[in-house]
Design a binder for this molecule. Structure first.
Ligand SMILES: [Zn+2]
Length: 286
């Protein structure tokens, strides 16, 4: 017996019970697969449902057993646009295998032209398997924090001004920072910007709106009858994907991936819900 606190995440090929690849048929099924995988990942550490997670692997997905010189066909069921942050390994966060996810990662998970091109490629080439496209922001994001600091203390923006590629990443997030700051002001009134936790609350509210905006733009590009666009935030502390302020499941905890706002009014309503949510209020109160 090993240490009972040991956590095992095992990719297993069992020749007696080979894992047949059957991708989700619908977007709802695909979404459920991602959310369940993330739930299992989050729970590994508390051990409520055991500390071993076995992910059945079809070795052909990593090229074993295919004809020499041949490669397996690419057939992801989800495309994910995530941040480059090393603490957010997308396949691990969702407990998925090789050939399941088409992943694009860029600091701040913004939709630059290379990202749009990659995701368009996925939508165009994997139409038969792709059911979901998700934008995944995360808590305590460095790129979002840089944008928030540029907004709060414009002097910190100066060193960035000459670095055009880096500035592009920060500039793209500023729209979400402004929206988040307006939402926090109207949800908490008074002198919210003077409160000690304001910067942290602004960072976390911005992360949600930034991911929602990218998902909104992606929706115009990619959403089809068979492929749905969603967004969520990976919380580094709980390892759960969620959106503070949205009901989600289970029990209104806000966990899960959600459809982006469809218009300006829905975006403002999302901003208000996030700004007024318990996790954001808790940050402000610190
Ligand atoms: Zn990040």
């Amino acid at each position: 017996m090993g240490d009972s606190r040991t956590i095992d995440i095992v990719y297993r090929f069992d020749p007696d019970r080979p894992a047949r690849r059957h991708g989700p048929r619908t977007a709802a099924e695909a979404l459920q697969r991602l959310v369940r995988g993330n739930g299992a990942f989050a729970e590994l550490a508390d051990g409520r449902h055991g500390r071993t997670r076995i992910i059945p692997l079809d070795p052909s997905d990593v090229g074993h057993g295919v004809e020499p010189g041949e490669a397996p066909a690419q057939q992801p069921f989800a495309a994910v646009l995530g941040c480059s942050d090393a603490r957010v390994p997308i396949e691990m966060v969702f407990q998925q295998r090789a050939n399941d996810l088409f992943v694009v990662r860029v600091a701040g998970n913004g939709l630059g032209t290379g990202c749009v091109g990659s995701l368009r490629y996925a939508a165009g080439h994997f139409e038969r398997s792709l059911r979901v496209a998700a934008v995944l922001g995360h808590s305590q994001c460095g790129a979002v924090t840089a944008a928030v600091d540029a907004f709060l203390k414009p002097r910190t923006y100066l060193p960035l001004a000459a670095d055009f590629p880096l500035r592009q990443i920060v500039d793209a997030i500023l729209v979400a920072v402004r929206a988040a700051s307006l939402a926090l002001e109207s949800a908490h009134r008074g002198r919210v910007a003077k409160r000690r936790g304001y910067r942290a609350a602004l960072v976390e509210t911005t992360a949600v709106l930034n991911a929602a905006l990218a998902a909104f733009a992606l929706q115009q590009e990619l959403e089809t009858r068979t492929c749905r666009v969603v967004f969520g935030i990976y919380d580094l502390a709980t390892r759960l994907v969620r959106v503070p302020g949205l009901a989600g499941s289970p029990k209104g905890s806000g966990t899960g991936l959600f459809p982006p706002p469809r218009d300006d009014a829905e975006f403002r309503s999302l901003a208000a819900d996030v700004a007024a949510s318990a996790p954001i209020a808790a940050l402000l109160g610190r």
